[in-house]
Design a binder for this molecule. Structure first.
Ligand code: ZN
Length: 431
């Protein structure tokens, strides 16, 4: 059978599975895997294990014991399913996170109902990213049916906690060797990036807590103390006058979307100074005290052109400068989290393969994007040391985490075809 026929047969098989794809997406949405706290991970892993073992996949259920958030009440379960082909070859891995974020207000649909209306499946996680997970499963199943003697192996994983950093999910699996380059060669993460876009990577993250110190005193005689909040105000002034303009002037060549994220950014995540805002029930007032501590959490997103030392130095130089010029100014700084930027090369095999599959399926040129925030690719890159990784999947990114989140059925079918054709290229018969 020639390659053209096989391609046609594969796309027709995926079209035939349209109802199955809808039902699978609905089933996944109806298991409420809210994170926090990390509910029903075992249930959804069992569901996936049951389905995929029926299609010849070997199943491993992995609890990320000891990871942040893991407890007997909310165990961090992950599932990794692997289907060996008929002869040796490379392994293509589809990784999807199984957790969804809080429902929030403003829904007109049942967030866990999986309602189908006008070609859209609604629910929390529909687009981010149970629709992508379902599309990758249908792609793999259709490929196996059309090409039972394929080379290499297919893996499908459902992983915990992406929405809270992925430490109980992909990071844990990567530490255990599940993404080692000798085991897995290509990774596709079906996050909702739109069916004609390939996401190559993400910007870097540096979270830190800055603390300014003062001296406690009676609020009626602040001159006897030293106000830590005013010191923090001086830090904010410096940030406004020098740091924010400097960050806005830095531009990246990474194709980051949206446009505003092509520059370096800083979010002031929180500031807290002095005693807690809770008023004392006896007086209805807080007690009058000069604050001796003020803490600010910053969330700095940086570009592949910047290095982390430079990012840190921008902050510490402001603080050290104030120490020189401002009386009694003193500070502490604590790093909370860091992720280096990552970007897969455009000529990496997984990128060129999916590019061709998008052209063949949609008849358009894909666009290449980089995510403003991180996702599980960070762990595959840093811990797993695997560079040949992209995010590609159905759904509109802007709908993620919103009320009345949905995924379009046509988009899921199209992206399943792209994923199926990619399997055909990477694992199908050599022509
Ligand atoms: Zn996601």
């Amino acid at each position: 059978m020639d390659a053209l026929t096989l391609t046609d047969r594969l796309t027709a098989t995926i079209d035939d599975k349209r109802d199955d794809l809808i039902a699978l997406t609905q089933d996944l949405i109806r298991i409420p895997t809210l994170n926090p706290p990390g509910e029903n991970y075992r249930e959804i892993c069992d569901y996936l294990a049951n389905r995929l073992s029926g299609k010849g996949f070997q199943i491993e259920l992995v609890r990320a014991e000891g990871s942040p958030g893991d407890s007997d009440r909310y165990p961090r379960w992950n599932v990794v399913a692997r289907r060996e082909g008929a002869e040796p070859g490379e392994c293509v891995h589809f990784n999807s996170h199984i957790d969804v974020v809080d429902v929030g207000r403003g829904w007109t649909k049942d967030p866990f109902g999986g309602e189908l209306e006008d070609g859209k499946v609604y629910g929390r996680g529909a687009c981010d990213m149970k629709g992508g997970l379902a599309a990758s499963i249908i792609a793999a199943e259709a490929f196996i049916e059309c090409c039972p003697d394929f080379r290499g192996a297919i893996e499908i994983s459902g992983t915990a906690d992406e929405e809270s950093g992925g430490f109980g999910g992909v990071a844990y699996l990567a530490q255990k060797g599940f993404f080692a380059p000798e085991r897995v060669q290509h990774v596709i993460i079906p996050e909702p990036l739109n069916k004609d876009r390939i996401c190559l990577g993400h910007r870097g993250v540096w979270w830190a807590e800055i603390e300014t110190y003062g001296e406690i005193a009676h609020g009626s005689m602040p001159f006897l103390g030293d106000c830590a909040v005013r010191h923090m105000g001086a830090v904010l002034d410096e940030m406004e006058s020098s740091l924010f303009p400097a960050l806005a002037a830095k531009r990246t060549d990474m194709p980051v979307v949206p446009e505003g994220a092509k520059q370096s950014t800083l979010n002031i995540n929180s500031i807290h100074g002095g005693q807690s805002e809770i008023v004392r029930p006896e007086t209805g007032l807080p007690s009058p005290v000069v604050p001796d501590s003020c803490r600010m959490v910053i969330d700095r997103r940086f570009l592949i052109e910047e290095n982390i030392d430079e990012v840190q130095h921008e902050i510490t130089s402001i603080l050290d400068g104030l120490k020189q010029t401002r009386e009694r100014f003193d500070y502490g700084i604590r790093e909370m989290h860091r992720v280096l930027p990552t970007m897969t090369e455009k000529d990496a095999p997984v990128v060129t393969t999916v590019t061709e599959a998008i052209r063949a399926t949609l008849g358009t040129e894909p666009s290449y994007v980089v995510s403003p925030g991180t996702y599980d690719q960070k762990h595959i890159d840093r811990i797993g040391k695997l560079k040949n990784c992209i995010a590609y999947g159905p759904g509109i990114l802007d709908l993620a985490h919103k009320p009345d989140e949905y995924v379009g059925v046509d988009d899921m079918v199209d992206s399943a075809k792209v994923m199926g054709l990619s399997l055909l290229t990477l694992l199908g018969p050599r022509d």
